[in-house]
Design a protein around this ligand. Structure first.
Ligand SMILES: *[C@@H]1O[C@H](CO)[C@@H](O)[C@H](O)[C@H]1NC(C)=O
Ligand SMILES: *[C@@H]1O[C@H](CO)[C@@H](O)[C@H](O)[C@H]1NC(C)=O
Length: 243
């Protein structure tokens, strides 16, 4: 029985050594022009020649290898390749949004079978603050009891900013529909749908934009005033009040 237990535990540890280790996604922030090191560490491999090592990058819809073993394929990248010590780190110098904002992965594969031995992922965000919010339509003329959409949007932020609507006088965020830009070159927007009543004429709404490239106190915001046109309603709504 003890022998069987030992044999079993040996089998389990042998299996574990072969199973791919995927270290969870890690989020890293940087800013244009900075240097950042993405670490890739694994249990020591006895013969480096039995494995292939690479770093890859995906930005937008482009996927590229950026290093193969100790050779980096970009002059701004440096590789620390010491497989016998379980080290395969990538250093990115002079980071730029267009080149580096995206997902990086380190992979160690078994030569021959191509089986993954080790994988690490980094979502690298090159931070840039968003532009001030812009509200559409520019003329906020709503009609009583008719659905009216106010869209607040912002471009230029990395990551996509949060855009929150409030009614002036309340700190409670209003429910809105978010459309993420997914890139700093595309607008992220938040659409507030309201069905205004006559009393909402002159109501003020505040749109607040923020992302983590900005300090907490530096939120960008704009306030707009709704005008509710009741003319149409007063002419046609008589039947509404019949019990
Ligand atoms: C990293 O990015 C990928 C693809 O863009 C996404 O699916 C994943 O959820 C992100 N991971 C984290 C922790 O945000
Ligand atoms: C860093 O990159 C920018 C463009 O992204 C370039 O204009 C600048 O010369 C680079 N600086 C160095 C030190 O390589």
């Amino acid at each position: 029985m003890p022998d069987a237990a030992v044999a079993f535990s040996v089998t389990v540890s042998t299996l574990l050594a072969l199973v791919t280790i995927v270290v969870a996604d890690e989020i890293r922030d940087t800013r244009e022009g900075e240097t950042v090191t993405l670490k890739c560490r694994f249990s020591e491999q006895s013969a480096a020649s039995d494995f292939s090592y690479y770093w890859a990058r995906s930005t937008g819809n482009k996927f590229d290898n950026v290093a193969i073993k100790g050779v980096q394929l970009n002059t701004n990248y440096r590789i620390d390749f010491r497989p016998e010590q379980g080290i395969y780190d990538l250093t990115i110098m002079n980071t730029s949004y267009s080149r580096d904002n995206g997902r990086f992965e380190c992979r160690v594969k078994a030569s021959g079978t191509g089986a993954d031995v080790h994988q690490e992922y980094y979502n690298l965000t090159v931070l840039t603050p968003p532009q001030p919010p812009f509200v559409e339509p520019v003329e906020l003329r709503a009609t009583e009891d008719e659905k009216f959409d106010l869209t607040c949007s912002s471009i230029g932020g990395s990551p996509d900013p949060t855009i929150t609507w409030y009614r002036v006088g309340s700190e409670k965020p209003l429910k809105s529909t978010i459309a993420k830009g997914g890139s700093k070159d595309l607008r992220t927007s938040s659409t507030l749908s309201i069905v205004p009543r006559r009393e909402d004429d002159g109501a003020k709404f505040r749109c607040v934009v923020w992302n983590r490239a900005m300090s907490e106190k530096d939120k960008l915001e704009t306030t707009v005033t709704l005008s509710v046109n009741c003319e149409y309603h007063t002419r046609t709504s008589t039947s509404k009040f019949v019990p």
